[in-house]
Structure formats: C-alpha cells, structure tokens
Design a protein around this ligand. Sequence first.
Ligand code: ZN
Length: 235
Amino acid sequence: MTELLFRDDAYLRSCAARVTGVDERGIRLDRTVFYATGGGQPGDVGTLRLADGTTIAIVDTVKGDGDEVIHVPAPDAALPQPGTEVTAEIDWERRHRLMRMHTCLHLLCAVVPGAVTGGAVGDGRGRLDFDVPGASLDKEAIAAALNRLIAEGHTVAPRWIDDAELAARPELVRTMSVKPPSGAGRVRLLEIDGVDLQPCGGTHVKDTAEIGPVEITKIENKGRQNRRINLAFAG
Ligand SMILES: [Zn+2]
C-alpha cells in the first residue's frame, strides 16, 4: 500500500519516498504526493528525482490495487531499482488548477438541484451531468450563484465518518457515478462550510475564494433527463 500524503494535505508539492516496485505498469513508492486518476479528477504529472540529480518524468498517475498508486514514467525513461530513494514532485501549477476546478464542481453541485450522473475535472475547465427532467437551466443565474459562493470564501476541509453514519445519511451521496472512498470502516467526506458535504477522495483548495471567477461555457442536452453543465475559469 502507498501512503497517500495528499489526502491529509493537498498542498504538499513534494516528498521523500522509496521505490517499492517497478513493472510494465509503472513505479510504486512507499508514500506519494501524486494523486491517481479517480473520482473524475485526472492523475498528477511530475518528476521523481534521484540522489544523483537525474530525473524520471512521470506522465500520468493511476490506481493499482487498493490504495496503491502507480506512477507512469515517460516511455523513454530509465527505471529505478526497488529500494532507491527519490524525491517525488508534482507539477504544482497544473495540480492547483485541478484543485480549484474540482472544488468548484462541489459548489456547482450545491447550486443545481438533482442527482449528479457524471462529471469530469479538466485543466482549466470542468463539467457535471445532472438528472434534471425537462428543466431549463439558467446559465447566467447558475454562474452568478457560483461566483457568489466562490467570493464568499467558504472554508473547505476533509473529514471522516464511519460507514454506519454514511449508510444512515444516504442524502450525502449526490454523485452516483463515483463510489465514495471507503475502507477500514470509514469514509472520507469533503465539507464546504455551510454549502456542501459529500463523500470525496479528491484534492481541493482550502478556501472557495482561491477558485477565482468562473463562467458557464455551455449547457448541453445529453439525453431526456440529462443536462451537462460545462464551466471554465473566467479570463
Ligand atoms: Zn471532491
């Protein structure tokens, strides 16, 4: 298992780690700051730096078994031996944009009523699909409500509850397409103070003001009861 340092501190840009395994899928470390693709959020890119200064470019991060994280090296990279000490460093600028957009999608969830049927966090843009039967969604009204919540500067923080408490509060699970991260009898929730509370294993900014202004770029019909709301950072 990989120790997932980003779960407790999404702002960690690098960490010291030891290579625990290397195979055709990629490189495993004992601990990491790299987020693996999941929950609609893309995996991190970055580098592993060896003691002699050489670097291995990491072009993607994916999940292995359980909490295992697989760092996918560039195709031409020289691979390290198991036991090698490395410094794992993510592309922070990209990750921070993903964190801002991911947090923004939580706000969108709070602004638009209806079950979420899908979604994706992109670099600079994002989208959520809502099961909204026949309703016409007002692009400008949604953008205004979102930007107000962003500007209000709500505190964002993870917290854990046990499986029994989540089972007793099914209304917490808005996103049916994403299985909440659980294990060892507890589930990770993401709380935006006064706005939203739901299971999530992704990375988020600590204050909604950090998201910055956003715009709704397009609302699409994706089937009879499915509306796709696309948004992007403004300017
Ligand atoms: Zn989240």
